[in-house]
Design a protein around this ligand. Structure first.
Ligand code: NAG
Ligand code: NAG
Ligand code: NAG
Ligand code: NAG
Ligand code: NAG
Length: 454
């Protein structure tokens, strides 16, 4: 029998082993004598990765009303003691064999297993050490000691009777004020509201009409579609929720309208689409408009989708078309939708409306219409060549060819002039070189030597 039990326990332990591996540092965990594994120490059973379950086996097995509290040591179940553990603990004790002292005795009872206190009705605190102050008409919170009053009593100790009409109200425990049930009013809630199905204001008795009713006594039915409207309580007029049409708020707004009673118009949503009928919001704006409702034109100087583009330079820095970016007017001499093209085809000036005069050797300025001459020419119509000795743009440069003329456009000296201009400096250079050779070629002693050589 004994061996049978032992092997049974072993099998059981092994089943548990496979469930969870023992922690080598756990309580009552021993190294195995057979291999490097771990097992529960003798007398202990596994619980999780430790061995904290005491085992009472064989001859030391516990009786029916006993529990094993240590290997081989049986005690009565918690809360019992005595012969065959049939007697329950006196109130000042708890636990197996009633060996633990109950700290809340005599103001509370201890749980036989955990020892936790539960206080008697007039005590509170974790050891029931405090007495309650809730009087005869309140119940004390066992943890905090605050009072829950009986109906009809108030103050923190439930010591005052409420002055409310009990059938038609409840009394606020903190203030003693009466909170009327629906349909009653007055300080003590003793007056009945005269508002048909609606409640009334507690202090004045004024009717507070429920949704769908109007009039001083809230006895007149609204004729609005109540899914989409409130009723003006004084006049009965329908007050449509945003997105619904007056007068009865039965139909949603027409396309392009939004808001309460559809009284507002959508902004400029992208692609001409309608805005949200409730709040007027657009998914995106048409070019030239901005804002969540697309009702703000682009600020001056900007255009296009989300007003992201900067306007071109229009006349007088005028703003451009906020949608296309086109200018209404350009500065004189410029044309095109964005004023980026100079006037062409012999025109100039404001709107390119003027015809240029003939510029024989040059072209017409697109802004002023005056001729801009090619280098070498001058005059109002560029039909005069530069005078001798002058050349270039506007004939503003002076020739550098000695007495000879230069090319009117480039300033290059003519062939004759070129020869003279080149030969004269060349001769001077050669002469200078010769002279140099004569004086510096030989050693020179002094002024006398110089004269002597000559
Ligand atoms: C008592 O006090 C506790 C903690 O302040 C609070 O949670 C609880 O609602 C109170 N009970 C009553 C009846 O006022
Ligand atoms: C209220 O309007 C909805 C449509 O939004 C309609 O289905 C319903 O029948 C209307 N109710 C009445 C009472 O007209
Ligand atoms: C456009 O509107 C948005 C907000 O809706 C704002 O943040 C943004 O600055 C506006 N852009 C311009 C150019 O006004
Ligand atoms: C230049 O042109 C003008 C008019 O077009 C004419 O009167 C003048 O004689 C011309 N001058 C020369 C140097 O060709
Ligand atoms: C030529 O004259 C015009 C008008 O007087 C002036 O605007 C331009 O700058 C001049 N060009 C040069 C290269 O001097």
């Amino acid at each position: 029998m004994d061996t049978f039990l032992t092997s049974f326990v072993l099998i059981l332990t092994c089943v548990q082993c496979s469930a969870q591996i023992l922690s080598p540092t756990g309580k009552n965990v021993c190294p195995s004598v057979r291999d490097s594994s771990t097992i529960c120490c003798s007398g202990w059973g596994q619980n999780g990765d430790e061995c904290t379950v005491p085992l009472c086996e064989g001859e030391r097995a516990c009786l029916q009303d006993e529990v094993c509290v240590y290997p081989g040591l049986c005690r009565c179940k918690p809360g019992f003691y005595g012969y065959q553990c049939k007697t329950s603990c006196p109130p000042e004790f708890w636990g197996p064999d009633c060996r633990e002292v109950c700290p809340c005795h005599p103001h509370g009872l201890c749980d036989p297993v955990t020892g936790v206190c539960s206080c008697l009705p007039n005590r509170w605190g974790n050891l029931c050490q405090n007495s309650c102050k809730c009087g005869r008409h309140g119940k004390c919170d066992p943890v905090y000691g605050n009072c829950t009053c009986e109906e009809g009593w108030w103050t923190s100790t439930c010591s005052k009777a409420c002055q409310c009409h009990l059938a038609t109200s409840t009394c606020d425990q903190a203030t003693g004020r009466c909170l009327c049930n629906k349909g009653f009013w007055g300080q003590r809630c003793s007056l009945r509201c005269n508002c048909y199905v609606s409640p009334c204001q507690q202090h004045t008795g004024t009717c507070q009409c429920q949704h769908g009713w109007w009039g001083p006594s809230c006895d007149r039915r609204c004729i609005c579609n109540l899914s989409h409207a409130d009723c003006d309580v004084q006049t009965g007029t329908c007050l449509c929720y945003p997105g619904y049409k007056e007068p009865f708020c039965n139909e949603p707004c027409d396309s392009g309208k939004y808001g309460s009673g559809c009284r507002r118009s959508c902004g400029h949503c992208e692609g001409g689409r309608s805005c949200s009928k409730e709040d007027g919001l657009c998914d995106a704006c048409a070019p030239g408009w901005n804002g969540t409702r697309c009702d703000q034109p682009c600020p001056a100087g900007y255009y296009g989708y989300r007003c992201h583009n900067v306007c071109p330079r229009c006349r007088n820095m005028d703003p451009c078309d906020t949608e296309t970016g086109a200018c209404l007017h350009c500065d004189p001499g410029w044309t095109g939708p964005r004023c980026e093209k100079p006037c062409t085809d012999g025109t100039y000036g404001d709107g390119c409306r003027f015809l240029c005069k003939t510029c024989h050797h040059g072209h017409c300025d697109h802004v002023t219409g005056s001729c801009i001459c090619l280098p070498g020419f001058q005059g109002e119509s560029c039909n005069s060549t530069c005078p001798p000795n002058l050349y270039g743009m506007n004939c503003s440069a002076t020739c550098d060819c000695g007495n000879h003329a230069c090319h009117p456009a480039t300033g290059a000296c003519s062939r004759a002039g070129l020869l003279a201009g080149l030969l004269i400096p060349l001769c001077i250079l050669i002469l200078a070189l010769l002279f140099c050779c004569c004086c510096c070629g030989r050693p020179v002693e002094g002024k006398e030597g110089y004269e002597f050589v000559i």
